[in-house]
Ligand binder design. Structure first.
Ligand SMILES: Cc1cc2nc3c(=O)[nH]c(=O)nc-3n(C[C@H](O)[C@H](O)[C@H](O)COP(=O)(O)OP(=O)(O)OC[C@H]3O[C@@H](n4cnc5c(N)ncnc54)[C@H](O)[C@@H]3O)c2cc1C
Length: 386
């Protein structure tokens, strides 16, 4: 068993970090406080080969592994936490489901501009009455001539306010097997948006309404029975979310470590107070443990999808650890850590969101329990299906 990265992996990580230091270090603070998607960064990353890392070269990707994508997102986050979202959008998000299951025409129309850094897509999965219980979703797709009519409401979609295409989970028929997905363009008749709202992180989202939206058959991504494939793809999104949690925790840990060496109180550096040393020891243990779980999930996936169990374990642990580390780092940095002059408070707010987004920590633990006991546990009242 070898716990070290290969020489090639180290070289790739170092080259991405070099790119980030050269192009992204300046402006990292401003980017964190700007809700607009940094398309300038996306175009730069596209030219650098950092979008579509795991996607086939025939689709405009790099043909790499999930581990390569994880190394890239970590390296970018270590310099500019906000720019890690660009790596997410171009590698881990709904874009990966499109690359995996989309038709040649769908990829030409939607994937190409995303991999060029010109556009992003958003995921319309959550609904007002279907959050953790995602299979309760009601957005319907009813056959209509050579296509479908879609009706429903989506909430919380990251990139929703400016995405060029929405990957919407829809229901063709009752039950789990009735769920699939379609690709909807925001300009289409019947698509409308609610008032822009903000998460605690500063990211914007909007409620999306579909009212009798006509979706041509060519825009069906997955037909009935597609739910399991979508969730398999969604596990990649969870790995990106896991990697960013840990990476932002590490960013804060590094900032706090340097602070503790430089800042003096009571005539000595903070690093000499045992009360703070133990905080750093806890942070370091969590970072090392989280990294092993994250890398296991990513390395086991190679060029495919990560296992649901590896992903759930890594995500639940790293979401919790990332937040706790960032929060403790803020404490170590005192008033400065709490100030918007440094990125630590931003990282705390971002890490808090990933404890909910992409399947909450509680839902991940439900999945882990299924593996432990070798059976599924319905979360519904007795007698209710699903
Ligand atoms: C930052 C952020 C970005 C997001 N981006 C997107 C996006 O791009 N696209 C999209 O479609 N959605 C997105 N979401 C929505 C996200 O997927 C949901 O918030 C999440 O699935 C939880 O659903 P909910 O908010 O409705 O909470 P609920 O499902 O109402 O849950 C409330 C609480 O109850 C707990 N809970 C619920 N059921 C159980 C159970 N069976 N066992 C134990 N605990 C339980 C949950 O863990 C949570 O703590 C985003 C959310 C956030 C915070």
């Amino acid at each position: 068993m070898d716990f070290a990265l290969s020489e090639q992996q180290r070289a790739f990580r170092d080259s991405v970090r070099g790119f980030a230091q050269k192009h992204l270090a300046a402006g990292a603070l401003a980017r964190a406080h700007d809700p607009a998607h940094p398309f300038d960064v996306a175009r730069l990353m596209a030219r650098q080969g950092l979008l579509g890392i795991t996607m086939p070269e025939a689709d405009g990707g790099q043909g790499g592994t999930l581990m390569d994508a994880v190394l890239a997102i970590e390296a970018v986050a270590s310099v500019c936490p906000r720019s890690a979202d660009v790596v997410q959008a171009g590698n881990f998000g709904p874009v990966r489901v499109l690359a995996e299951f989309g038709s040649v025409e769908q990829k030409a129309r939607y994937l190409k501009p995303i991999l060029a850094g010109d556009t992003v897509m958003c995921l319309g999965m959550s609904e007002p009455d279907a959050g953790s219980a995602v299979t309760d979703l009601k957005t319907s797709a009813v056959a209509d001539g050579d296509g479908f009519r879609v009706n429903g409401t989506k909430v919380f979609s990251t990139h929703g306010p400016y995405a060029s295409v929405i990957l919407a989970y829809v229901r063709y028929a009752p039950g789990l097997e009735g769920i699939g997905s379609v690709l909807i363009e925001p300009e289409w008749k019947g698509v409308s948006f609610g008032k822009r709202s903000r998460f605690m992180s500063g990211e914007e989202w909007v409620q999306i309404y579909f009212e009798d939206v006509r979706v041509p058959r060519e825009n069906v991504l997955l037909g009935p029975g597609g739910f399991r494939k979508q969730i398999a793809g969604f596990n990649v999104e969870r790995i990106g979310n896991t990697a960013r949690s840990l990476a932002l925790g590490r960013y804060c840990y590094e900032a706090a470590r340097e602070w503790a060496l430089a800042r003096r109180q009571f005539g000595r550096p903070l690093a000499e107070f045992q009360g703070l040393q133990w905080k750093f020891a806890d942070m370091k243990m969590k970072l090392d443990a989280g990294e092993l779980l994250l890398y296991r999930a990513a390395a086991n996936a190679d060029r495919g999808m990560p296992s649901a169990e590896d992903t759930a374990i890594a995500k639940a642990f790293c979401n919790q650890a990332g937040f706790e580390i960032a929060n403790e780092a803020l404490q170590v940095m005192g008033g400065t850590g709490y100030s918007q002059e440094v990125l630590v408070e931003y990282c705390v707010r971002r890490c808090r969101g990933w404890m909910i987004a992409g399947g909450s920590i509680e839902m991940m633990k439900n999945r882990i329990a299924e593996g432990i006991f070798g059976r599924s546990f319905s979360q519904r009242p007795e007698g209710k299906p699903g």
